[in-house]
Design a protein. Structure first.
Length: 336
């Protein structure tokens, strides 16, 4: 099976998953909520507004008809309007989501840069003092809630030592870079705005570190276990018996095969990071979709809450699709 066929097959497998996700959100938005039109219209909706919403979304029809129009609206990107802001929900999500995506990418990259090398070192120094220290460190991180770490980092590095900024993506007084992707770091790079780039990198350190410290331990543990398993296989022993150098066996054969399970975990973690940013964004006043979601919950903005739930779910689904594609480059035998 070629690479293109493999990717197409994985994409086709996503269709029933996506349908299942839409069915769950439909049930929540139509069945569990006693009066969907009232929830979508907001607490101050008039009778005329509720009647218009009922007609627009066919709430008087049978459930299968409502589900059909629900899918149609999702495909045509008609996800409703926020009763609080008065704007289309997708417009607000497109504005806030890039900040969350930037924070999640920074956190997962840091977690990989820390977790994978530590897992490799721990496996090569199994049951030695270095291995014990690494295990204690990742277990400590894994057992520490992100919100607790965020508060500690905020107090220590933000207020006591005043090393890092404590709020927002950019310092007050600086003009945001020209919006291309919505991610300040990326847009600063694309536009050559080095002042904004340096400042935005400085702002993302604390929130990204709070997320990274929790999730890097999972990557370290999986990498260590996978490395130990691969090192015991016959083809690794045969590689050493052929006289290949330790470096070549380690990086060309052992690490590549050991990273397949790690890639699976990273796909799940990235989806978890998208949802995990909600509390972190509130603590650091990070203007992302998590911060936006909390405001929606506080204001009972039901259309926004449902749209954000669907976005987070899609993030998990596509993160795992990306992991499936990476498998092929780590181990071409997976295509067969």
């Amino acid at each position: 099976m070629g690479l293109v066929s493999y990717i197409l097959k994985r994409v086709l497998f996503l269709i029933p998953v996506l349908l299942g996700v839409t069915l769950i959100t439909f049930v929540v938005s139509r069945v569990i909520v006693p009066n969907p039109a009232r929830a979508w219209g907001g607490p101050r909706a008039t009778a005329e507004v509720i009647a218009a919403l009922t007609t627009k979304y066919h709430l008087n029809g049978p459930l299968y008809e409502q589900y059909y129009y629900y899918l149609r609206d999702l495909v045509t990107l008609d996800w409703g309007n926020s009763p609080i802001s008065g704007r289309p929900v997708l417009h607000d999500i497109a504005f806030f989501f890039p900040s969350t995506l930037e924070l999640a990418i920074a956190s997962i990259v840091l977690a990989m840069l820390i977790g994978i090398p530590l897992g490799i070192v721990a496996s090569l120094r199994r049951d030695r003092s270095v291995d014990h220290v690494i295990r204690v460190s990742y277990l400590t991180g894994f057992a520490s809630p992100p919100f607790f770490l965020a508060i500690v980092f905020l107090l220590v590095f933000g207020y006591v030592f005043k090393i890092f900024p404590t709020q927002g993506e950019l310092s007050v007084g600086l003009t945001p870079p020209t919006r291309i992707t919505g991610m300040y770091i990326v847009d600063s790079l694309l536009t050559g705005n080095w002042i904004d780039l340096r400042d935005s990198l400085w702002h993302i350190v604390l929130p990204a570190a709070a997320l990274t410290f929790t999730f890097f331990g999972i990557i370290t543990r999986i990498t260590r276990s996978s490395m130990l398993e691969v090192l015991q296989t016959d083809f690794i022993r045969a590689s050493f018996a052929k006289g290949l150098s330790d470096r070549k066996v380690l990086f060309r054969h052992t690490v590549r095969n050991a990273l397949v399970p790690t890639t699976t975990v990273i796909g799940f973690l990235f989806g978890a990071l998208l949802g995990g940013t909600v509390v972190i964004e509130e603590i650091f006043s990070w203007p992302g979709i998590g911060y936006y979601t909390i405001q929606a919950i506080e204001n009972l903005d039901f259309p926004t809450i449902m749209a954000v739930t669907l976005i987070f779910t899609l993030g998990v689904v596509f993160a795992n699709l990306a992991a499936d594609i990476v498998y092929v480059f780590l181990n071409p035998r997976i295509k067969v």
